[in-house]
Design a protein around this ligand. Structure first.
Ligand code: C2E
Ligand code: MG
Ligand code: MG
Length: 657
């Protein structure tokens, strides 16, 4: 409620009302105090002008009467002129006595003492009586008159004195009342002023908060359509604008760019350097199309896109060339010379309309495929989506459709390859490897797992393998009284927002496999941007009790980034390092260094790809105690692999040259 009120006040209109209310409050306080003072003054005035004046005037009337009496005494006879004067003075006195009488009854209603008006009436009666009876003795009349006059005057003086005292009392009482009211009203005004100040403070806070909210909303609006780092339009804006063009059937060319070597910059020089590269790239892409009125956007990570109003392939090729040229220029960053280049996929609306149907998603899919072809073809180049690529693309689409069907129809198989202890070569666990047959032929996982990764299907494959492998191993362990462990491959894509922790927990609960017998092999096939999240997910997986292995270690420069950031229990040394291990001193040095490194980090090492006894002997000399490779067993259908392993556990086999 308060919030809504403040919301209402925190408008321009509300501020005006608040200020007006404050003004009215001050004004009414001033007016109230002024009216109090006026009341006191008015009471004083009433006394002065009415009551007191009556008293004074009566005294002066008495004086006039005294003068008449003096004249009467001087002439020693009541002449007609004196008679008239006397009656006129008495008339005036009579009128005065009437008004005095009212005042007396108002001011002193309970006073029984003889009042001045009584005295005046007595005087008038006396004179009237004397006149009626006739004046015989002037001296006597004079004496009696003077007695009456004196009596009346003294009463008037007493009356005036009483009135003054009454006035003082009355004024005192009024002053006290006004003072008391002022105190009450003062407190009310203080409370109102405090409430007003508090509401003004809250109001100010609300206004500040509103400004902040408005700023944040403006920022959110901006971020909804622009990329914060490069200030280029983002994917949403790009999609919007290109879709509009395509709907109007305007000639449109799209160039999709992906940086080559960006990961290396990020891993070697850190994120600040990576950001500098992304920003400079953004500036260069924007500059390259500035003159043509196209749209340059950053889609995500190191992916950019350009849309230009042309569908002529030679013009698009010209753009691609100039972009490649601009993007391979070195970038200075804190004294370092950073070098990246770009791969570009080029697609024209006319080609897409002919082959796939003109939609935004088809434009992007075709552009992606052309980009992928550039990467495949050796990077740092562009590829145009043409008829030849269309053929390959449709093949790929066909494979993807079949793979999707295989994933949903249970067309994938779980193969297991043993992992062994050295030197005994006794299997202690397996790696689960996915197999898929298309048209009766096995498709290499290197092909379809990569395809699935690009199409976002790999998570489904991994979850299938996770649930199947844990179930099979748990069942066979229980049946044979064995304690085989199993490793399941997980694409790093799971770290970008899937529910992998819940999925692993579910698989463990459903299968009943003890968590310590499950290892999750993280393969570095996609770039990880949010290491913070990776660490958080890994910590949660570790808390479940399962183990983490870094797969294919030593196959790429950035494995060090994995090592630095991942809380892993195991390093799987990549096969490429083992291929030459027998003859290459360098490979042996590297393997030795990896073993020392992992023991320093409290990680175990397992070597992949052992194909012959010579390799096995070399790695054992270096100190490796676990291995995996064709020498100890090829990947086989799960049940067969477990049968073979159980036989070898029962009767260990020696491998020696
Ligand atoms: P990986 O995880 O490193 O698996 C080991 C690969 O090396 C397997 O290839 C295995 O058959 C092969 N290999 C094992 N010993 C030897 C050997 O002595 N010599 C040679 N030449 N090769 C050996 P495969 O099964 O073709 O799998 C290839 C890759 O596909 C895997 O490499 C893994 O990265 C990925 N992959 C396989 N299954 C899955 C899966 O379920 N999920 C995910 N995300 N990736 C998977
Ligand atoms: Mg693996
Ligand atoms: Mg591997």
């Amino acid at each position: 409620m308060l919030h809504r009120l403040l919301d209402g006040f925190a408008t321009r209109f509300g501020v005006v009302i608040a200020v007006l209310a404050g003004f009215v409050l001050c004004l009414s306080a001033g007016l109230y105090f002024q009216s109090g003072a006026n009341r006191v003054l008015k009471s004083h005035e009433v006394f002065r002008q009415n009551h007191v004046r009556d008293g004074f005037v009566s005294i002066s009337d008495m004086l006039r009467l005294t003068l008449v009496v003096d004249e009467l005494v001087a002439s020693n006879a009541l002449t007609p002129a004196l008679h008239d004067k006397l009656l006129a003075a008495l008339d005036i006195l009579y009128v005065r006595a009437r008004s005095l009488e009212t005042r007396e009854s108002t001011l002193f209603p309970d006073d029984d003492a003889e009042t001045p008006s009584d005295a005046i009436f007595a005087l008038v009666d006396f004179v009237d009586g004397t006149m009626a009876a006739g004046v015989h003795d002037i001296a006597q009349l004079k004496l009696e008159l003077l007695w009456h006059i004196e009596n009346t005057r003294s009463r008037l003086v007493t009356f005036l004195d009483k009135m003054r005292r009454q006035e003082d009392k009355f004024l005192d009482q009024q002053a006290r009342e006004v003072e008391q009211q002022a105190r009450v009203v003062g407190v009310i005004f203080l409370v109102l002023a405090a409430a007003m100040s508090i509401s003004l403070i809250l109001l100010r806070k609300e206004i500040v908060a509103r400004h902040a909210r408005a700023r944040a909303e403006r920022r959110a609006d901006y971020l909804a359509y622009f990329d914060a780092l490069t200030t280029l339009p983002n994917r949403i804006q790009f999609t919007d604008k290109v879709e509009k063009r395509l709907k109007k059937k305007l000639p449109t060319g799209v160039l999709l760019l992906d940086l080559d070597g960006f990961k290396a910059v990020n891993d070697t020089y850190g994120h600040a350097a990576g950001d500098a590269v992304l920003k400079t790239t953004g500036d260069r892409v924007a500059a390259a199309i500035a003159a043509q009125g196209g749209i340059a956007a950053r889609l995500s990570g190191d992916e950019y896109a350009v849309c230009v109003p042309f569908e002529d392939v030679s013009v698009l090729e010209f753009y691609a060339d100039s972009l490649l040229e601009a993007l391979c220029l070195p970038i200075d960053f804190e004294g370092e010379r950073l070098e990246v280049q770009a791969s570009i996929g080029v697609v024209a609306s006319e080609q897409v309309a002919r082959c796939l149907g003109l939609t935004f998603s088809n434009m992007m899919r075709a552009g992606d495929f052309a980009l992928y072809a550039s990467k495949e073809g050796g990077k740092g180049r562009y590829t145009v989506y043409d008829d030849a690529l269309e053929v390959k693309f449709s093949e790929r689409r066909g494979m993807l459709e079949d793979l999707e069907a295989a994933i949903s129809d249970g067309g994938l198989d779980v193969y297991l390859q043993p992992k062994v202890h050295l030197p005994s070569a006794v299997p202690y666990g397996f790696e689960a490897l996915v197999r898929w047959q298309r048209d009766g032929k096995f498709v290499s996982p290197d092909i379809f797992v990569t395809l699935a990764e690009e199409a976002g299907l790999v998570m489904d494959i991994d979850l299938f393998m996770l649930s199947q492998a844990t179930r099979i191993i748990a069942e066979r362990n229980a049946a044979a009284g064995a304690t085989f462990s199993v490793s399941v491959n997980l694409s790093a894509l799971h770290f970008n927002g899937s529910n992998i922790v819940e999925d692993v927990q579910t698989a463990l609960e459903r299968s009943g496999l003890p968590p310590e017998l499950l290892t999750l092999e993280i393969t570095e096939t996609v770039q990880i941007h949010d290491w913070e999240r990776v660490r958080h997910v890994l910590a949660q997986l570790g808390a479940l009790g399962c183990k983490i292995a870094i797969d294919d270690f030593g196959s790429g420069y950035s494995s060090l980034a994995y090592l630095r950031n991942m809380l892993a229990d195991e390093l799987k040394v990549d096969r490429t390092l083992i291929e030459e291990i027998v003859h290459s001193q360098e490979s042996q040095h590297v393997l030795r260094a990896i073993c020392e490194l992992s023991s320093g980090l409290d990680m175990s090492v397992i070597v992949e790809g052992i194909e012959d006894i010579a390799q096995s002997e070399v790695i054992q000399k270096i100190g490796c105690a676990r291995a995996q490779g064709y020498l100890y067993g090829r990947p086989e259908p799960a049940e067969l692999a477990i049968d073979a392993a159980l036989i070898r556990v029962a009767a260990p086999q020696t491998y020696a040259s």
